[in-house]
Design a protein around this ligand. Structure first.
Ligand SMILES: Nc1nc2c(c(=O)[nH]1)N[C@H]1C(S)=C(S)[C@@H](COP(=O)(O)OP(=O)(O)OC[C@H]3O[C@@H](n4cnc5c(=O)[nH]c(N)nc54)[C@H](O)[C@@H]3O)O[C@H]1N2
Ligand SMILES: Nc1nc2c(c(=O)[nH]1)N[C@H]1C(S)=C(S)[C@@H](COP(=O)(O)OP(=O)(O)OC[C@H]3O[C@@H](n4cnc5c(=O)[nH]c(N)nc54)[C@H](O)[C@@H]3O)O[C@H]1N2
Ligand SMILES: [Mo]
Length: 740
């Protein structure tokens, strides 16, 4: 019963809503509102598994009502990047944007429009699909390829398994006796909301947990029995040496290999040194990885003899200059230990499971259709492209790799790109903040060859500062959207809980209005709620829309945890792996056909550029990793006061590296290489291995008059290159640190 005081303050409403920021988390909240204003958030306390939010989820209120929210359409008045704008009407903004789209298309062709999207919001309705539909109906655009998160894993899994649906659901961790967290820090890096809960339960059930990571992570501190440090970009060497120990001691599951895999002997020849005269011993690996040989031997024996065991492959080690080899090697070890297709095992390397509608337990109803992109139809084949590549997502390919957008803008056709790029259409994306070699990205954004930039944003981010027109977008509690839950069977509803702040609008509203201006009458015939209803109730799991709406989520009850490749293992006669050989391809002919020594047909350790053996290491001796930070989702939430209190932006460096440079904890230091310099606070700690430093990604780029980034954004330092299979190389960078 509301008290008199409550009555005076207005009646409190509670709405259940899923929150899906750009962290892969899908958290269920009870959102309290009073007089149409959000007052507080309460965690999911319903049936297990609960989807409890993290600090960011609870801080959403400060994000929605932030004083720096963009409330109106804006038009640039200063130079690009300066951040000077004036307020304009929606009508003028839409006229300008649609007018520029038409002018650029008619003058230069649709390929000169770059559609620059990312995962700022991750719903099925209010994101990329809605814009791609519009752009394609309007004549097409140049798309970008290379999912920042895990393109190396995509490449490797298509090579090895023929699909990216390779992960078990997270509840299956409870069936495992040994869990190897390979570059996974799920206490901070959310990715699959209930993972830490299952890890802790698995530990309570007696599973041993081992962390392989250059950092002694909070996750390792909470639940690991052992930490094996490894130098960034060298995981494949560690895995190959584990294979060496297994082969030497005849510990591999030969029956499994014979029955389900193709080409193990070719890999064995490489491992034993028959191919190149170098046996891949633990001592060989120790010199490369920095991991003690004795620890490698022990881990190899343990993984080969404890069954079932999960090698939970993270994607961070894959975001390195030859990240594909780590993923391929991890899956090979999962096969060598016979842990694929069984409960308590895992295929060794995963992307965000479940996100892209590729799992059989997720069957959403029809989404907004995306007509083919006329520009894509003529797109040239990429180097190292798999024919089946396009099947993993509805969004795909295009001609420009994410890391090459700046280069494409600056060099265009003369630089070998298919078009000269004139208009950039940016949604859900903080370009340049999140892109390697920011200083070059900035150069591209400032260049005259780019005639118009429209950015749809909620905040004056580094992307918005470069826009010619900024369109204010609302947040996920101000519109309807629906999302899957990676890692478990889950549908989340993101309902409109409050009215849009200021004049901000949803993506669907913006696209519908632009369609009208562009003369596309049949763009949209539904409200956002009607679309969500169609997507939800089209699934066999959700029969009652009102019940789903009330609950804010639907937790799919599977009879048992989902196990990837169970059918292939239990009944191989009738279920082939979707590879050319029908088996798990340890040797991959399609890779052999690519004829690129950086992606050999069997997994190998291939040294990266900017490794510690690179001559550049004389000048820049430290290896930089750029981890995902607990108080942000990339750059999102960086401006939220509650979250800023948690921890400052810092460079984490080992005590020895600090001592040899005369650096003390809390000092301001310069981290630099030939691409740029950042000024940042030093955090001196034994919890990162010597020779490796970490600058969490996502800090807001804030250059001073000398070009030194005071925001401490590591992308000032990273290199704008991609791995041979398209991975983001943001964990492969050499730097030096000095006291500022
Ligand atoms: N050095 C380094 N760089 C990295 C990484 C790394 O590990 N190291 N990680 C990479 C990875 S994995 C990723 S996924 C990318 C992420 O790169 P981005 O997706 O660019 O990062 P976000 O900070 O999530 O930026 C999204 C922007 O969208 C805005 N936004 C939020 N919701 C909405 C909405 O509903 N509509 C619109 N229009 N905008 C919205 C936010 O305000 C934010 O500015 O970063 C990559 N960059
Ligand atoms: N709080 C929070 N959660 C997030 C995000 C966020 O920004 N904030 N972003 C979301 C997104 S889009 C993504 S793609 C995921 C990213 O998820 P991850 O890639 O898993 O996240 P990271 O923290 O970058 O990396 C995980 C671990 O890998 C380690 N690592 C880095 N390089 C190497 C290496 O070469 N070898 C080994 N063995 N380990 C290495 C790091 O030290 C770190 O502990 O996170 C998602 N979740
Ligand atoms: Mo990502």
């Amino acid at each position: 019963m509301p008290t008199e005081k409550d009555k005076a303050r207005g009646v409190e409403q509670v709405t259940c809503a899923t929150h899906s920021a750009h962290c892969g988390g899908t958290c269920l909240f009870k959102v309290h509102t009073r007089d149409g204003v959000i007052t507080r958030f309460e965690a999911d306390d319903g049936e297990e598994p609960q989807y409890r939010g993290c600090a960011r989820g609870f801080a959403q209120r400060q994000r929605i009502y932030a004083p720096d929210r963009i409330l109106h359409p804006l038009k640039r008045t200063g130079v690009r990047g300066e951040g000077k704008f004036k307020q304009i009407s929606w009508d003028e903004a839409l006229d300008t944007v649609s007018g520029e789209m038409t002018r650029v298309k008619e003058t230069y062709g649709p390929a000169s429009i770059i559609f620059k999207w990312s995962g700022g919001s991750l719903g099925w309705l209010q994101a990329t699909g809605a814009h791609l539909r519009l752009l394609n109906m309007a004549g097409g655009c140049s798309e970008v390829w290379g999912v920042h998160s895990f393109e190396g894993a995509v490449f490797s899994q298509i090579a090895t398994f023929g699909t990216v649906a390779t992960a078990n659901t997270r509840d299956d961790l409870l069936n495992s006796k040994l869990i190897i967290l390979w570059g996974i820090n799920s206490a901070h890096t959310i990715l699959h909301t209930p993972t830490p809960w299952y890890l802790v339960q698995a530990k309570e059930k007696g599973a041993r947990i081992i962390s392989v990571d250059p950092r002694y992570t909070p996750t390792a501190a909470i639940c690991a029995d052992e930490w094996l440090p490894v130098r960034p970009g060298t995981d494949a060497a560690l895995l190959v040496a584990m294979a060496y120990v297994m082969i030497r001691e005849d510990l591999q599951d030969q029956k499994f290999l014979d029955k389900y895999t193709y080409g193990f002997d070719r890999f064995k020849d490489y491992v034993l040194g028959k191919e190149d005269g170098v046996p891949k011993t633990p001592q060989w690996a120790e010199a490369i990885t920095g991991t003690p040989a004795a620890s490698i031997e022990k881990l190899a024996r343990e993984y080969a003899t404890t069954k079932p065991a999960t090698l939970l492959g993270g994607i961070g080690p894959g975001r390195t200059a030859n990240g594909e080899q780590y993923h391929r090697a991890a899956s090979t070890l999962a096969a060598m230990t016979g842990n694929i297709g069984i409960h308590g095992g895992d295929a060794g390397a995963s992307i965000w499971p479940g996100n892209h509608g590729i799992y059989p337990y997720l069957k959403p109803g029809p989404r907004m259709p995306i007509p083919p992109n006329p520009v894509e139809a003529g797109a040239p084949k990429r180097k190292n492209e798999f024919p089946s590549w396009n099947n993993y997502m509805t969004l795909r390919t295009g001609q420009i790799h994410q890391t090459k957008v700046a280069d494409a803008i600056l060099r265009g056709k003369a630089g070998g790109y298919p078009a000269d790029y004139k208009l950039m259409y940016v949604i859900n994306n903080n370009y340049p903040n999140q892109y390697p070699n920011i200083n070059r990205c900035v150069e591209a954004l400032k260049s005259d060859s780019l005639e118009f930039i429209v950015v749809m944003e909620q905040f004056m981010t580094s992307a918005a500062r470069f826009a010619d027109v900024v369109l204010p977008v609302n947040t996920c509690l101000e519109r309807y959207d629906i999302c899957p839950g990676p890692g478990l069977g889950f549908y989340g509803l993101m309902p409109r809980v409050v009215e849009s702040v200021g004049e901000s609008r949803s993506h669907l509203e913006i696209c519908s209005a632009l369609a009208e201006k562009l003369g596309i009458p049949d763009y949209n015939d539904k409200t956002d709620e009607e679309w969500c209803r169609q997507i939800a109730t089209g699934s066999p799991d959700i029969t009652d829309w009102e019940a789903f709406k009330k609950a804010g989520a639907h937790k799919i009850k599977l009879d048992e945890p989902f196990v990837a490749f169970k059918e292939q293992i239990e009944d191989p006669e009738h279920n082939l792996f979707p590879t050319p050989s029908g088996k798990i391809e340890i040797y991959c002919q399609r890779l052999a056909d690519m004829n690129d020594p950086l992606v050999p047909p069997v997994p190998k350790y291939v040294e990266t550029w900017e490794s510690r053996n690179d001559p550049l290491a004389q000048k820049y001796p430290l290896q930089l990793v750029t981890t995902h930070f607990w108080r942000r989702a990339h750059s999102q939430f960086d401006n939220i006061p509650w979250l800023r209190e948690l921890e400052p932006q810092q460079v984490y460096l080992n005590t020895k590296d600090a001592e040899s440079r005369g650096i003390k904890d809390g000092d301001t230091v310069k981290v630099f290489n030939d691409r740029g310099t950042i000024a940042i606070r030093a955090r001196v700690t034994p919890r990162i291995m010597p020779g490796v430093v970490d600058v969490p990604q996502g800090a807001w780029y804030d250059p001073d008059e000398n070009g030194v980034d005071r925001g401490g954004n590591p992308n000032v330092l990273t290199r704008d290159e991609h791995s041979p299979g398209g991975a983001y190389p943001t964990n492969t960078t050499l730097v030096q640190i000095e006291k500022a």
